[in-house]
Design a protein around this ligand. Sequence first.
Ligand code: FAD
Ligand code: MG
Length: 525
Amino acid sequence: MNILWFRRGLRFHDNPALLSTIENSKEFLALYIFDTTFQDAGYKPYHMYGFLLECLNDLNERLQSIGTKLHIFQGCPLAVFRHIHQSHGVNKLCFIQDCEPIWHERDNAVKSLCLELNIEVYEHVAHTLWDPMDIIASNGGTPPLTYEMFVHVAMSVGDPPKPVADPEWKDVKFVSIEPLKTNKFILFDGVPTLDAVGVPENPVGRRNRKIIGGETNALKHFAIRLQAEETAFRSGFYQPNQARPDLLGPPLSLSAAISVGAMSVRLFYWKIHELFDKVNKGSPPAWLGITGQIIWRDYFYAMSRMNPKFDKEVDNPICLQIPWNENQELFEKWKNGQTGYPFIDAGMRQLNQEGWMHHSVRNAVAMFLTRGDLWLNWDIGAEYMAYQLVDSDWSVNSGNWMWVSSSAFERLLDCSVCINSVLYGKRLEPSGDYIRRYVPELANFEFEYIHEPWKAPIDIQQAANCIIGKDYPARIVIHEEVLIQNQTWMKDFRRKFKETPAHCQPSSNSEVYKFFCLPDDSLPF
Ligand code: FAD
Ligand code: MG
């Protein structure tokens, strides 16, 4: 019997592990394991788990439609595989590579078990565009330090592989195992509920996730996304999500689906490239920049591939040790959307309720917590966001936080180009409706005051039914004052370097503007 082990890669399309499992029409069994041994069994983020269960449900329905099912276990992967081998005999185990160091212990243990039991193991690269180890090898054994170098090395490795064919189920025989409970694992009857896998009761206000899981849903959204890409190409721009941020629009983002592999990153890349070539009839030809965001993802994966401390400041070789403050009270206010800065509070409340914020809002709240305003360590913010985000991704989240906080990847280390959340917010949502939706206390303010309600005269506050400091918090810091302080600290810190560390040098200013979704001429913002 051959086993397909779904971990991420929760899809039928572009799934080389699936093709390898059904090759030569052997008996086939599909499984997923809620791992209680190699992963922290108590770590059960609500939004992410809700999304994940929807993905498993979709996968199960797909498998049912061809006459089998998804076997969902909870327990130690080693015990699960040992049991199935004893009861059914396993010839081959196939899965998609999880390249990050946080998965290595699990995968090495499973590979050793397979060696012991004489089971063939096939690990396929399909979660990233390139195998990070190919990138590292081509760069002489270390990851390319800057994004520009990464792009250069990736181009020398060659185009990312095209998606593989859809599975052919003819002649495949299915194996089924009945629900089971041993002292080492559970095999659920069907797809479990959040409760059954031990996700803690949902605190009030966290029931509004709008991004729904599953390959079927992801492919539907991707079709809509491709229409937006085509409109953009025909109007002479690209990356429509970044170029024209829509904070209030329908949640068509694919990052959550990409992070669990319900959507293939290679399909995303190639469909957009083929579309560009179709629209432009090959001249100019598609280039990496039209899918630049997704290249950043591979860049962060390459950077984290051999760095198990990538998500922390301490002992992280690429992270600058900036002397951040500690202040639990300020941190709590940031987490709960109670900073008194409406754009920041709207973002954090949206995160808490829906597990989601647009990239631009993530930039704003991350900068506010770190070098912009509160001067707190990026890694506590990253840990909180990782727990709340529906698209939570170890490498991508940590990489972005280091970037925004100037702890790595970012050249400027310079607070004069920090985001001012008032100006940035006004630019991104000129209507004020984003704040009205997520900070309802402020709903009655006119646009003139909604981004800075502390400036509203008291009669206007009374008319809006919202007294600042009573119905909505007064600002926890005064941006104009802390900015000067933070700039001084950053300058002092910068003076210690004879030269900027190699991994703090993006290729150009335009890279910085792109990251913040801003036109090149918009400094200061
Ligand atoms: P699109 O513009 O459609 O981009 C397409 C895909 O490219 C995304 O779906 C995503 O997979 C990838 N991508 C986009 N932007 C980035 C980026 N800056 N870095 C790496 N990959 C990117 N993204 C996550 O997937 N998981 C996270 O945990 C995460 N944490 C973040 C934390 C902070 C502080 C910041 C500033 C950004 C973070 N991002 C994270 C990146 C980005 O905000 C989201 O991927 C993006 O909002 C997804 O929206 P989209 O699918 O519409 O993106
Ligand atoms: Mg997307």
